[in-house]
Design a protein around this ligand. Structure first.
Ligand SMILES: Nc1ncnc2c1ncn2[C@@H]1O[C@H](COP(=O)(O)OP(=O)(O)OP(=O)(O)O)[C@@H](O)[C@H]1O
Ligand SMILES: [Mg+2]
Length: 318
């Protein structure tokens, strides 16, 4: 059986969680004082919300953490009644630890309707002497005010490249591979602060060959930013046929879709040193193309039209 790295390398200690420094410090302080308020963990995917909740449980309850930690998923456990029954059953058995409370982790809490959240709030009150709730969600604004006011909200951020690097280096050492700066930059760029995504890409690359930046872009269905830069500069200098040729190779050989390409150009434009006015025009053109493609226009015609528009924009600023 192969181990999935996201699980194999899920930190079990708060100190192994990278980034989120302030949150980790607060959680460590709760653990030291052996107390815990109700919490909301808000933030994007793959940044350590579930991991932090598990680590808190492991650090508070030690070996017996499983008896003292209930994980529910608001979008799976269909309906508030099921959640309520689960909470009731779990809360009825007194905590087997010396702390006097157990933890209920409710994932995707923002998927519950406001009515369901109101019912949950009453359940929370009912069992609050022996339970602490940790709600996980993308946006805390989706949680009703009466729950928010009873909890401490902790905002998780996308993992910064340098923090991601720290964790990846630990894993690289254990898995015996090396990763050069270009490959590391490719991983952090593609994963956009999502550690789960980063680890999944790394594992795929590792199991199938060399760890190079170009393979990382290829496997994640993304063209190299260098390619987008060259496409953009060809189009802006009016080399329509050259640009068209690059487009063909990206679409046919690398299997990228029209949308992939528009979004790829967008990500390099934002970082390129182009005059602000020209940048605005390019971005408006990209927005237009994206909209049309999403609405069902032909990829080829829209990309050709985009190349043509870029040629005009290039001319205007020469
Ligand atoms: N801050 C972090 N430090 C170290 N590893 C991390 C961190 N965040 C995520 N990971 C890795 O990514 C995996 C997924 O993280 P986790 O389950 O905590 O994400 P999440 O924030 O709960 O995301 P979701 O909203 O999708 O549930 C973990 O198993 C771990 O391997
Ligand atoms: Mg999670």
């Amino acid at each position: 059986m192969i181990d999935i790295w996201t699980e194999k390398y899920r930190p079990r200690k708060l100190s192994d969680i990278v980034g989120q420094d302030e949150i980790i410090r607060k959680l460590q302080s709760f653990v030291r004082h052996r107390e815990l308020p109700h919490l909301i963990f808000a933030g994007p995917a793959g940044v350590g919300k579930t991991t932090a909740a598990l680590s808190v449980a492991i650090e508070l309850f030690g070996e017996d953490w499983r008896d003292n930690f209930l994980e529910l998923n608001a979008s799976n456990e269909r309906g508030i009644d099921v959640i309520r029954d689960n909470v009731k059953d779990f809360a009825r058995i007194m905590p087997s630890n010396g702390l006097g409370f157990k933890i209920i982790f409710l994932d995707e809490a923002d998927q519950l309707t406001p009515e369901a959240q109101a019912a949950l709030r009453r359940t929370m009150e009912l069992y609050s002497s022996a339970t602490r709730f940790i709600f996980s969600c993308n946006y805390s604004s989706q949680i009703i005010p009466p729950i928010q006011s009873r909890t401490v909200v902790m905002r998780f951020r996308p993992i910064k490249p340098e923090d991601m690097k720290k964790r990846i280096e630990v894993i690289a050492k254990q898995e015996n591979f090396t990763i050069d700066d270009d490959a590391m930059a490719a991983i952090t760029e593609i994963s956009e602060g999502d550690m789960r995504k980063a680890l999944n890409i790394l594992q795929t690359i590792k199991s199938s060959g060399e760890m190079t930046a170009s393979r990382i872009y290829e496997i994640s269905g993304m063209a190299n930013p260098k390619q987008y830069k060259s496409l953009l500069s060809k189009a802006l200098s009016g080399l329509f046929d050259d640009a068209r040729e690059t487009l063909d190779s990206m679409m046919i050989e690398q299997g990228l879709s029209g949308i992939d390409i528009v979004r790829g150009i967008h990500s390099v434009v934002r970082k390129e040193l182009i005059s602000p006015r020209q940048k605005l025009q390019i971005i408006m053109a990209l927005g237009e193309s994206e909209f049309r493609i999403v609405e069902g226009s032909s990829d080829t015609i829209q990309l050709d039209a985009l190349m043509a528009r870029l040629a005009y924009i290039g001319q205007e600023f020469n």
